[in-house]
Design a protein around this ligand. Structure first.
Ligand code: CTP
Length: 403
């Protein structure tokens, strides 16, 4: 999955011959699962039609502050467009537009949106070789980078003038991979490996029966997805769960019992920098698993149980530099119990869910958590979707890692 999947991309087109390549750019972004809106300078419409771009982007294309043809004269709000975008790409960026951007000139919709944008701004210069070489252009390019904008350098080749040299806009495929790589290189968990446990475990009683619990695995899967979206390579060890996950950075390891989860967790733990144990591991298993289906004979049946191994505690005991996070699901004396678990299991952080909170716990799509750190500081969070909760948890971990 591309880092651009689900992202909002604003494409600003200015009046250079390379504008004809913008159609392909829109197509590539859409193919990667991004949402695209296009804005144009008025002169760029001589090079490519708004109709082409709106058809490909499936969004209206604007080039003026308000649409005169539209009887409602809808105001094209540059501030809103600037806030909407996760990434703003100006391609092609002509010498004229670069000069205006570096000076804060604001005489068209693309420039006004540029000045309003809070997101990362990428620009792909395109012009003739002598214009690209000119000291004023060089100065503008430097100034724009100094502002924090990201240049996608022009390449060398045959130019529209027939001359050969530097100034050709990078090819659409190269622009897209440049942006993808740039985003990836800046992700806060880039280069980190994370172990996550999720879901219930099933402890066999006989060949057809088991002891299990209602855990859906949702929380652990959301954490895995968020960690991967933040750049981490994830080893997701999951008990039986209906949840599906597909991400190039996630390795899913399916297990059934607590023993299998224990083995898999210990296998990956030495190579990770972080472990988040969200699984609802069975605390007990049958002491003797019957080889045959247990027949109904007596009025009562006793099965002798013995404790499973505590995976979290054993990782805590073997911890080197890993940041270890556990969960605590409590029904009473929540904070006290969670703090004691954190210390007993040698954790760096514990995430507490109280079953007393509505919307928290197992089968729901929401959760309400309190995070307790090693120094026993507590941070209470609102009831949120499990996706939002996973972002809170990882943000807290990143803050601690950076501290
Ligand atoms: N856990 C684990 N292995 C076990 C049991 C629990 O790794 N055999 C982990 C869970 O993944 C969770 C944390 O320990 O991160 C807390 O689990 P919980 O069941 O709340 O705590 P327990 O230590 O089992 O204590 P109790 O059931 O008595 O509250």
């Amino acid at each position: 999955m591309s880092v651009l999947s689900g992202k909002k991309i604003l494409l600003g087109i200015t009046a250079g011959i390379a504008a004809y390549k913008s159609a392909n750019l829109v197509r590539l972004f859409i193919k990667l699962g991004a949402e695209v809106k296009v804005i144009m300078t008025p002169a760029s419409k001589d090079f490519i039609t708004p109709l082409t771009l709106s058809t490909l982007s499936k969004n209206p294309v604007h080039s003026q502050f308000y649409d005169t043809e539209n009887e409602n004269e809808l105001w094209n709000n540059h501030v809103e467009l600037g806030l909407w975008a996760d990434y703003f790409l100006i391609a092609p960026a002509t010498a004229n537009t670069l000069s205006k951007m570096s000076n804060g000139t604001c005489d068209n919709l693309v420039l006004a949106t540029y000045l309003s944008a809070k997101c990362p701004v990428y620009f792909a210069p395109a012009m003739d070789l002598d214009m690209y070489k000119h000291p004023s252009t060089k100065e503008n390019l430097e100034k724009l980078q100094h502002f924090g904008n990201i240049i996608i350098p022009a390449t060398s080749g045959e130019l529209a003038s027939g001359l050969f040299g530097e100034g050709r806009m990078a090819e659409p495929e190269d622009i897209v991979s440049f942006i993808e790589n740039d985003i990836l290189s800046k992700l806060p968990l880039r280069g980190k490996k994370v172990l996550i446990t999720a879901g219930p475990t099933y402890e066999a009683i006989d060949p057809v029966r088991f002891i299990g619990n209602h855990s859906s695995g949702k929380m652990g899967f959301e954490i895995a997805k968020t960690a991967a979206n933040l750049g981490a390579e994830v080893f997701l060890i999951s008990g039986p769960s209906q949840e599906q996950i597909k991400h190039s950075l996630i390795h899913r390891i399916d297990v059934v019992s607590a023993d299998e989860m224990y083995k898999a967790a210990h296998q990956f733990f030495p190579e990770v920098q972080m472990a988040i144990l969200a699984a609802a591991v069975a605390d007990y298993k049958a002491k003797n698993v019957s080889n045959q289906k247990i027949k109904k004979k007596d009025a009562t049946l006793s099965i002798e149980l013995e404790p499973t191994k505590d995976i979290l505690a054993s990782l805590g005991a073997n911890k080197e530099n890993q940041f270890l996070v556990g969960f605590a699901l409590e029904t009473e004396n929540e904070i006290e119990n969670a703090k004691s678990k954190l210390q007993r299991k040698n954790l760096d952080m514990i995430v507490l869910n109280s079953l007393q909170d509505k919307g928290a716990g197992f089968a729901t799509n929401t959760n309400k958590i309190t995070i307790i750190d090693k120094d026993l500081n507590e941070k209470i969070f609102e009831l949120k979707s499990k996706e939002a909760v996973s972002i809170d948890i990882l943000n807290e971990i990143i803050l601690k890692l950076d501290a």
